[in-house]
Structure formats: structure tokens, C-alpha cells
Design a protein around this ligand. Structure first.
Ligand SMILES: Nc1nc2c(c(=O)[nH]1)N[C@H]1C(S)=C(S)[C@@H](COP(=O)(O)OP(=O)(O)OC[C@H]3O[C@@H](n4cnc5c(=O)[nH]c(N)nc54)[C@H](O)[C@@H]3O)O[C@H]1N2
Ligand SMILES: Nc1nc2c(c(=O)[nH]1)N[C@H]1C(S)=C(S)[C@@H](COP(=O)(O)OP(=O)(O)OC[C@H]3O[C@@H](n4cnc5c(=O)[nH]c(N)nc54)[C@H](O)[C@@H]3O)O[C@H]1N2
Ligand code: SF4
Ligand SMILES: [Mo]
Length: 698
């Protein structure tokens, strides 16, 4: 047996794994000893990798849909079809009528190729990926306050903190090895504070759990800041030397009082004061946050409120202290860094700047597109309106993971042409005209960038199943067919080298140097050849930090007589995303009954429900059936559902009201009604599925 060093394919922690290979098959996984992030450990998902990529459920040949059914086709025929359909759509309606959605689970090399394919071959900035509905508000918010949207500190910095403040992140479930590290820090004396409307496992173990009402983050963060300023607990020296004038923010907070904050958020004044004191007076405070901050129509302002708090207390720019948006997917940091966003080229180079357009135009020997690109949900809307005609989706499952499933299915159905590059047949791939089989991370060379900006190598450990190929290779072959020779790379390393040449923050990285260092953290350039474990020591990319006044905005849809509950959506430790990988593991599947609705026992009692009874959940957009789980982990008036399960897809209920700055949809709050089904009845997993199909064909 051979053990090939690699990186976990699930979450953004980026744990080091060893793929155990026997007879050209991955038969198991082991932790990489001495790995800087995972320190020789893995969570249950990491251990289950071999099931997730097993050839038994993989796509092995290109598929073309004919009369509503897929038939196998040769690569030649399938690629010709794709090239032709994109050509037709572009000729008929211009380059803004075609688009690409890329994959935060695929490598940097795949993502670099995806945005180059969109910009250089299709001639459009219509390129985006799931960061849109994940941490786009972090990028936008922190760019406005600091100038850079990445985690300011490494994971190991948790060991240096004396206060750990977690806001809207369920870390033991979703970033398990970071959660474990936080609990170890607590055991050696750090104070752990969790702010979450749900009583998560980490909240139960924390020293302090603040349980705000859903959607009151800004009221809470402004309230903490007001207490800090009123008591003189701010870091005046830091504010004077590192930040712009705080006058406007102070003025903005002048009518905030602890009592008003308490009334808005539902948190006792004494608890607010205790958290304000602990965080501001800490020697090093490691602030981490997640989707409970970003997935609101006020997502960008929520992030700004987080940043205001950290800047006012001088808790950024030192080891162990900073602002850390816990990036979600294994390579979502990388997909952003590679420029799979409509507004930036690789390395966050402004796509609207003429000099940047000229630079990439020259490097790629093309005329760069000038029309601003659409976001992923912008593309969905354009498809619905008939303005977007042909779409490529690389490794995303929006039918399960985007808000308002019926509208998503309707939009995908309205396209002239949809091609999906996937590992297995997902709910989204089923709707495609052509499906292309992609190689998984264990079957290709490349790099992933974890949430602490660490670029690490993955390696081809086994042959891809059947005729599957690396995404970058598929895109390169398609480019040739569409008359563009500039993507004809020798191998993944050549893609990386081209990227590093054009991207200043990666300029000192090579595969050989990544190997030597267990990965390197960007920025990594001539001035910082060893990479950057933490950011902003002496100055912010903006120069001085900005504290910007922001005001709480209620969720777009709040409970009323017809839909009396707030629904919030979340994740479970043993499942991942749309479940297309984790649900193939019998070990993970055994842990979780599909998609239960969590409800407070008092609410359940008022509705006459008993634990595990089948219920129907309805919103203004759709309905589904599942079972109820009565638990005081959720507060009264709020119900919660995970989004991993096609049998009970909570995104049939969610609202796509959006943050005006980033177009982040409000996945964390909408209004629903719940009713019990007759005793003894089982939930109908198909309820609504027929509706989706009807939308596709209408
Ligand atoms: N097991 C597993 N791990 C994963 C994933 C997975 O699918 N499964 N997905 C990965 C991805 S893509 C991502 S982005 C990360 C996400 O990781 P997290 O950010 O931890 O994601 P969530 O569980 O969606 O939401 C976090 C918390 O926000 C809370 N919340 C809801 N509303 C509010 C509010 O108004 N205020 C506050 N303060 N909190 C609120 C919820 O109760 C929830 O506990 O996880 C990654 N890791
Ligand atoms: N209600 C609700 N909805 C949510 C969220 C929420 O909290 N609540 N969270 C949102 C967030 S933060 C995110 S990030 C999105 C995630 O949404 P998605 O990105 O749609 O979710 P995944 O299931 O991770 O889909 C990734 C797909 O990529 C495929 N894949 C893996 N590796 C490769 C590869 O190398 N090449 C190719 N071509 N394919 C590959 C997998 O098979 C999988 O089907 O979901 C969002 N949806
Ligand atoms: S914590 Fe994340 S990266 Fe580490 S093993 Fe678990 S899923 Fe994989
Ligand atoms: Mo995410």
C-alpha cells in the first residue's frame, strides 16, 4: 500500500491527509502526522473521503440528453456540442448571454482555468461561484474597513489568544479541527464566548453564550461598542495611530444605551457588559465568525459592525488577535483568489480598471471584456428573464444549495443550454443538456487554499474513473475547439506558474516551494518569500482602518399571523453541502436522519406536535414535509433546518432577498408555517419534487 500526501476535500480548515492507495484505488485515509493545521487529527468527514470519491457512484463518461434521457457520448461529440451551443448563444445574443459558475471544491488550477475560459474564450465577466452566498459580504465589508477580506490570522494563532469570540459560526460542527483547537485553548485558560441564537455544542461548552434574536447582529455589536466607548475600554493608542477619525461612529452610537440594546437583542445588560469588558481588555482576542453574520440582506454591514468592534479595541494586527471569517469550502479562498468573481481578475485585481484589463488582455492575447459581469444569482435571474442563454456549472449543486428552489429550477429550465461538470449525478446535473465527468482531487495534481490563506498541494494518487478528466483539462480542450490556443498547458504546474506570474500576492510560490513548507500563506512575494502567517502588522492595505457607522436592518421577511415562525438554516457535522459526497458514506449516513426541523418544545406543545412527528413546512415560496425534533437548542419562535437533504430541501422555503452590495441572499432568516401531519403518517420525500420538474418544463 502506498500513502499519498493530500488535503481534505471538504471544509476550509485544510487538514492534511494521506490517501491510502491499493491497486489504483483509494481504500482509506489517514491523518498526516505533524501537519501545521490538523496536527495528526481528522474529523469524521475527512476519514470518510474514500466513500465520497468512490468509483461506484461516479460519472465515467460524457452524457448528452436526448428526448429527456441521458445517453453516453464520446468526449469528441460532447465537447463539440458544448462549443457549438456556447458559440450559437454568443453569436445570437452577445457574450453577456453566456456564463460560468465555478467550483470552490476544485483546485486553484481548475478555477484559474474557469475564469480564463470565461474572460478570454467566451469574452465575458459572467463568472462567479458559491462564495457569493457564503463570504462575499466578508470580502466587501473588510475591503471597506481594512482593504482585504481574508482571515487576518492563522489557525495556530488560536493557541496564543486569551479570549476567543465566536459570532454566528457553529465551529465544532463545521470547522471541526478549529473547534477542537478552540476547546483546547479554553482548557488551558482562554475565555470562550459564543454569540448564536441556537444553543450549539460550542455554545454549551463556552464560558459565555449570548443568544440574540435572529437578525439582531448589528444592534448587538453596536451595543457592545457603545459600552466599550462609554467605559473608556477602547484602545486609544491604536485608534490614534492606525485608524481614521472615529467621530462619525461615536456620533452614530450616541443614542444607543445598554438597556435599548438589551431590549432589541433579548440579552441581559450584565451579559453585554461582561462580554464588552472581556473582549476589549483581552491581551489577544481571536474573533471568528461565519454564516450567522454574512447570510443576511445586511451581510456586508454585519461584517462592518464586526470590524468596528475589533478596530476600536485594537484587536487586529498582532499574533493571536484579529478578524477571522471562517471560509467554508476547502478551496473557496482559492476560487476567490483565482478571480472566479465577476469584478476581479486573479489576486483581486480590479476587472473594471483599464490598466488591469490591458495587462491580462496582453498576457492572454485577447481583447478583454469591458461589460461588468453578473453574480451567480444575477445569472439565475438573467436566465429566468431570457437574457442569459447558455451556462456552464462546474461542481455546484444550486438546485439544492441556492435559495428558492422552485425559481432556481425554473431559471435553469429556461436556458437554451446547460452543461454541468461533476463527479456524480446531482440534482442540478439532472437538469443539464450535457454532463461531463470530472476528476476528483485524488485523481489530479493541483493546489487548494485553506481558510488561513495556506496554499497546499494535492496529487494524482489514482487514475480517474472511466474517462473523467481534470476540470482545467476539460476547459483547455474546449478552448481549443472554440479557437483559442492560449490554454494548452502541459500540466497543472504550468497552470499554477502562469497564475503566479500574473498574480503579485502569489509571485514567490512554486510547487517545489509549497512542498518544502507544508504550504505557504499569501501574500508570498519577493518581500515575504516565507509567506504571511498574519496580516496588517504595521498598516492596513487601505492605509488607516475605517470604522464605519452601520444600522441594524430587520430580515426581509419576519414572522406574521400567516407564517408565524422564523426559519433559520444551518449545517450538520456529518453531512456536507448538497450531500453529493457525504451521503455516499454509510458511516456518515448512519449518524443523521434526513433533514429534521428543530423546534422549541413549547412551540411544539402549542401546535400539539410530538417529537419526530411528520410535519409540513410552508413558506411563501414552497413547501416540504419532514419530521420535527423538539429541542431547546432553538429559541421559542424560531425553527431551524439543515440544507443537506434532497428529501427535505429547506431551500424550497428560503428567501432570495439580497444584500444590496454583494447580492448575498438572506439564507439565515425567512418566515414559515408548520403543521402536523396525521399521526402515523410518514413525510412524503417527493412532495414538491414534481413541482420542480414542472417548473423546468414550463
Ligand atoms: N459538516 C459540515 N461542515 C461544513 C459545511 C457543511 O456543509 N457541513 N460547509 C462548509 C461551508 S461551505 C461553510 S460556509 C461553513 C459554514 O460554517 P458556519 O458559519 O458555522 O455555518 P452555519 O451552520 O450555516 O451557520 C452558523 C451559525 O449561524 C447561526 N446564526 C443564525 N442566525 C444568526 C444571527 O442572527 N446571529 C448570529 N450571531 N448567528 C446566527 C446559526 O444558528 C448557526 O449556528 O461550513 C463549512 N463546513
Ligand atoms: N439554506 C442554506 N443554503 C445554503 C447555505 C446555508 O447556510 N443555508 N450555505 C451556502 C454556502 S455557504 C455554500 S458555500 C453553498 C455550497 O453550495 P454548493 O457549492 O452547490 O455545494 P456542494 O454540495 O459543496 O457542491 C459542490 C459540488 O462539487 C462537486 N465537486 C467536488 N470536487 C469537484 C471537482 O474537483 N470538480 C468538479 N467539477 N466538481 C467537484 C461535488 O460533487 C458537489 O456536488 O451552499 C449555500 N446554500
Ligand atoms: S475539519 Fe474540515 S478539513 Fe479537517 S478533516 Fe474535517 S472536513 Fe476535512
Ligand atoms: Mo460556504
Amino acid at each position: 500500500m502506498n500513502v499519498v500526501p493530500s488535503v481534505c476535500t471538504f471544509c476550509g480548515v485544510g487538514c492534511g491527509i494521506g490517501l491510502r492507495v491499493e491497486n489504483d484505488r483509494v481504500v482509506g485515509v489517514e491523518p498526516q502526522p505533524g501537519h501545521p493545521v490538523s496536527q495528526g487529527q481528522l474529523c469524521a468527514k475527512g476519514w470518510s473521503t474514500s466513500f465520497a470519491i468512490d468509483a461506484g457512484h461516479r460519472l465515467t463518461r460524457p452524457l448528452i440528453k436526448e428526448h429527456g434521457r441521458f445517453r453516453p457520448a464520446s468526449w469528441d461529440e460532447a465537447l463539440e456540442r458544448v462549443a457549438n451551443e456556447f458559440g450559437v448563444a454568443r453569436d445570437a445574443a452577445g457574450p453577456t448571454a453566456v456564463g460560468v459558475i465555478s467550483c470552490a471544491r476544485a483546485t486553484n488550477e481548475d478555477n484559474y482555468a474557469a475564469q480564463k475560459f470565461a474572460r478570454a474564450v467566451l469574452g465575458t465577466h459572467n463568472i462567479d461561484h458559491c462564495a457569493r452566498i457564503c463570504h462575499s459580504p466578508s470580502v466587501a465589508g473588510l475591503v471597506r474597513t481594512l482593504g482585504s477580506g481574508a482571515m487576518t490570522n492563522g489557525i495556530a494563532d488560536i493557541d496564543l489568544a486569551d479570549v476567543i469570540l465566536v459570532i454566528g459560526a457553529d465551529v465544532t460542527e463545521n470547522h471541526a479541527m478549529i473547534g477542537a483547537r478552540m476547546l483546547r485553548a479554553q482548557a488551558r485558560g482562554a475565555r470562550l464566548i459564543v454569540i448564536d441564537p441556537r444553543r450549539t455544542r460550542l455554545a454549551r461548552l463556552a464560558d459565555i453564550h449570548l443568544q440574540p434574536r435572529l437578525g439582531t447582529n448589528i444592534a448587538l455589536l453596536n451595543g457592545l461598542l457603545q459600552i466599550i466607548l462609554a467605559n473608556g475600554w477602547e484602545n486609544s493608542a491604536f485608534l490614534a495611530s492606525r485608524c481614521e477619525d472615529t467621530g462619525p461612529l461615536r456620533h452614530h452610537l450616541s443614542d444607543v444605551t445598554p438597556e435599548r440594546t438589551s431590549a432589541k437583542t433579548g440579552i441581559a445588560v450584565a451579559d453585554l457588559e461582561e462580554v464588552a469588558r472581556l473582549y476589549s481588555q483581552a491581551r489577544a482576542a481571536y474573533l471568528a465568525y461565519g454564516m450567522g453574520i454574512t447570510q443576511f440582506q445586511s451581510g456586508t454591514n454585519n461584517v462592518i459592525a464586526v470590524s468596528n468592534l475589533a478596530l476600536a479595541c485594537g484587536q487586529v494586527g498582532r499574533p493571536g488577535t484579529g478578524i477571522n471569517p471562517l471560509r467554508g469550502q476547502n478551496n473557496v479562498q482559492g476560487a476567490c483568489d483565482m478571480g472566479c468573481l465577476p469584478n476581479v481578475y486573479p489576486g483581486y485585481q480590479d476587472a473594471s480598471a483599464l490598466a488591469v484589463q490591458a495587462r491580462f488582455g496582453e498576457a492572454w492575447s485577447v481583447t478583454s471584456p469591458v461589460t461588468p459581469g453578473l453574480t451567480s444569482l444575477g445569472m439565475t435571474r438573467a436566465a429566468r428573464d431570457g437574457a442569459l442563454r447558455a451556462l456552464m456549472i462546474i461542481g455546484e449543486d444550486p438546485v439544492l444549495t441556492d435559495p428558492d428552489q422552485n425559481q432556481v429550477a425554473h431559471a435553469l429550465g429556461a436556458l437554451d443550454f446547460l452543461v454541468v461538470l461533476e463527479l456524480s449525478m446531482t440534482e442540478t446535473a439532472r437538469l443539464a443538456d450535457v454532463v461531463l465527468p470530472a476528476a476528483s482531487f485524488a485523481e489530479k495534481d493541483g493546489t487548494f487554499t485553506n481558510c488561513e490563506r495556506r496554499v497546499q498541494r494535492v496529487r494524482r494518487a489514482v487514475t480517474p474513473p472511466g474517462e473523467a478528466k481534470a476540470d482545467w483539462k476539460i476547459l483547455a480542450e474546449l478552448a481549443v475547439r472554440m479557437g483559442y490556443p492560449g490554454m494548452d498547458w502541459e500540466d497543472a504546474e504550468a497552470v499554477f506558474d502562469e497564475m503566479a506570474l500574473l498574480t503579485p500576492i502569489f509571485s514567490a510560490m512554486t510547487y517545489a516551494r509549497l512542498d518544502e513548507h507544508h504550504g505557504l500563506q499569501w501574500p508570498c512575494d519577493a518581500a515575504r518569500p516565507q509567506g504571511s502567517p498574519f496580516l496588517h502588522e504595521e498598516r492596513f492595505p487601505l492605509g488607516k482602518g475605517r470604522l464605519l457607522p452601520v444600522t441594524n436592518v430587520a430580515p426581509d421577511e419576519c414572522p406574521d399571523a400567516e407564517y408565524p415562525f422564523f426559519l433559520t438554516t444551518h449545517r450538520l457535522h456529518f453531512q456536507y453541502g448538497g450531500g453529493s459526497m457525504t451521503r455516499h458514506s454509510p458511516l456518515l449516513e448512519r449518524e443523521i436522519p434526513a433533514g429534521l426541523l428543530s423546534m422549541h418544545p413549547d412551540d411544539g406543545g402549542a401546535l400539539g406536535l410530538h417529537d419526530r412527528q411528520a410535519v409540513r413546512v410552508r413558506s411563501r415560496r414552497g413547501e416540504l414535509e419532514t419530521r420535527v425534533r423538539l429541542t431547546d437548542e432553538v429559541p421559542r419562535g424560531t425553527v431551524a433546518m439543515p440544507y443537506h437533504f434532497r428529501e427535505a430541501p429547506c431551500n424550497r422555503l428560503t428567501n432570495d432577498a439580497q444584500d444590496p452590495i454583494t447580492h448575498m441572499p438572506e439564507l439565515k432568516a425567512c418566515a414559515v408555517a408548520v403543521e402536523g401531519l396525521p399521526a402515523g403518517e410518514a413525510p412524503n420525500a417527493e412532495a414538491g419534487a414534481a413541482e420542480v420538474i414542472r417548473h423546468v418544463h414550463s
